[in-house]
Structures are given as structure tokens and as C-alpha cells.
Write a protein that binds this ligand. Sequence first.
Ligand code: PLP
Length: 410
Amino acid sequence: MNFITKILNTKFIRKDPHGSLHMPVYDSVAFEFDSSEDLALAFEGKKLAHTYSRITNPTIEYFEQQIKAATSSQGVVAVSSGMAAITNLLMTVTQAGDNIITTKHLFGNTYSLLEKTLKPFGLEVKYTDLTNTLEIEKLIDSKTKAVFLETITNPQLEVSDIEAISKVAKDNNILLIADTTITPPYLFNSKKYGVDVEVLSSTKYISGGATSVGGLIIDNGTYNWNKNDNLAADARKYGPFTLVTKLKREVYRNLGASLSPHNAYLQSLGLETLALRADRSCANTLKVAEYLEKHHKVQNINYPGLESSKYFKIAKKQFGHKAGALLTFDLESKDSCFKFMDNLKIIRRTTNLNDNKTLVLHPASTIFCEYTEELKKEMNVRETMIRLAVGIEGIEDLLKDISNALEAVK
Ligand SMILES: *Cc1c(COP(=O)(O)O)cnc(C)c1O
């Protein structure tokens, strides 16, 4: 079945008593039982039933089932945000003294999570250039638990060769984790390219227009959990269900970063139109990129879907002709960037991405403002760079808005 068809035809686990066509919002904290025996069985996990909404809830479960059906994955856990997805996963697969391998070219809050929040708990983070696969192998030691990458890094828009990295991870029995926020399911088949576990912010593309904050952990079922010494005992009991069981019965339950049933409902609704919105915004992005590439005031344009991009070939292999809806470009100075942004009439000045509306941001002075000049340089976040998260407006209107605002720049 086609991606959209699968989303629209995911069966309810139990038939709705009223025959509701859309999964209703079960805004209830607790679920009652006919007998104390049944209640005990549910707590022991011997009877499949919802008990308390921090752990499971019918509306959240349905959203997870839709994602599971659409991705043909082993298991899905929906959480309260993209950051919660990364935190829950890393706290499940690593312990103090372990390390992971990643790059400094990362979403700013993810870098902060690693450096400021998880490091004090004893997680070591090794940074390298993930576009150079050979560098990764050199860093692996007996305490390495995972390689963590973003499919298209935000905001550098780097694309690494995921299949090649997956081979290195597999040869060394370590987990490959991909943050697929910029290329969610539909745009990227993470299982096909060897990603073991996918994490993403469903706040962005999936929510259907910035309606709600949420995150997803998708286990592709490709990793043998016996190979992770922290999880080997669980793996003997739960086999391929180790990650989801460990999360649901322990880490996710204990951290308490649960999605609200109402947000699960909004995201489930957003999922129904994800493919339509992604087709439109990716097509718009390519047209905007082609326009900016030819404009004499634009110094540098960065979009992996452009033939001139050094990532074009690998992006085309991994994402087909839809290289996401995020691009960056450079103007002469920070002043020019601010002038351009202040003269936009349709495009909105704000953070966030994959809204239905086109959003513009100056990363260096906003989401990266907490970092030193030196670190920004290492992260390749330039003062002259503008980030555009392209939406689904009429392309002529977007191009006119951009052209008028560029005119205001000297
Ligand atoms: C936004 C974003 C996140 C964090 O998601 P939230 O839902 O805001 O917590 C993580 N990774 C990437 C690449 C993002 O763009």
C-alpha cells in the first residue's frame, strides 16, 4: 500500500464502541477494570490494557500504530517532543562511561543536551566529520554505543552517506541513530539505508502546520540488542521488542515525557496530509533555491536538492527528488540579513520549520546565540547566513516577496 493509504487505513486495536471513524481524544488519566484480577494482570503486562496515560493511552497508541504501519517498523514510541525522543533513546542505550560518536554540525539544542545535560551524567561524546566515513571507524572503542547523525544537518544542510556509516556501525556492533526531523518518513526510508533507530521532532512536518509539540522514536528492528551490554539481559527476555519494552516499562515511564492525548490527535490528523504538504513544500524549496542561486546579491546558496550542491548526488540517492524544505543562503553582512528579513511581507520572522507558512530566521543571533564565536565557527553557523524554512504558499507570491526584500538590501 501507498504511504498515504496506510496512514488512512491503520486499524484501531479495538473497535470503537460508537464506530467513530477518526480516533477520538481519550482525555482520561486512568482506565478502570471490572475485577482486581484484571487490574493485577494489566500491571503485570499479562493483559493488554491501558492503565495510566503517562504510560499508554488509546489516542497516543493509535498515532504510534499509524507510524508503525507507514514505516513497517518493529515498534514506535511517541513522546512529548523531539528533544524528549533523543533524551529517552540515549538514556536507554547508554550508561555513564559509554560514548557516542556524532558531529558538531547538529541542531543547537541537541548539542546542548549532549554537552550540558548528559555529559555531567558521564556520557562521553566524540565529535567528528560524519561526511567522512573513514573518520568514524577510528573513534570506535569498546565503550562506543552509537553513531548519532541528522539526515540533513540543521542548519548546515550537510548530508552524509548513511549506507556507508551503517556498514561501519554494523561491522562494530554499534547502533546507528538518525534524527530524521528534516526528512521524516515519506521523504526518507530510514530502514532501507541501514538506520537502526530513527528519532524525530513530529512538531515540525508531522504536526500539520505547527499545531503541537511532539516526538517519535522508531525502532526499525534491525539491531541485535544482545550486542549492547547495557541491554543484553533485557534482550534475552524481550528479543526484538527490547527497545520498546525497556522504554515503556522503564525509561519513558520514569522520565515522564509523555505526549498529551490531544497532541497525539492533532499529530495523527497532520500525518494524514504529510505527503501532500511535503511534496508541495519541497517543490517550492527547489524553486526558491534556483531563484536565489541566480540572484546577484546572494553570495552562497545551500540546498542539497540543487544540482550545484556538493551533496546533490547523495541527497538524490537517499531522498529522491525531495531534499527537504530547508535552505540557507548568505548575504554580504549581518546587517543585510536583518534588512532582508525586516522587508519580508509574506514570509514570517520566527523560529521553527516545516510549518505550512514559510519562516525565516538568522540562526547566529537566535538559536545559536548562546554559543561563542569560536564554537559558531566550528559549527559553521555564519553571521551572514539566513535560514529559510519553506512552506506551501503559492510559489509566485514567495518569489515576489523574496525579490522585493532583496531589493531593499544594498
Ligand atoms: C526541532 C528539532 C529538534 C527538537 O524537536 P522539538 O520537538 O522542538 O523538541 C530536534 N532535531 C532537529 C533536527 C530539529 O529541527
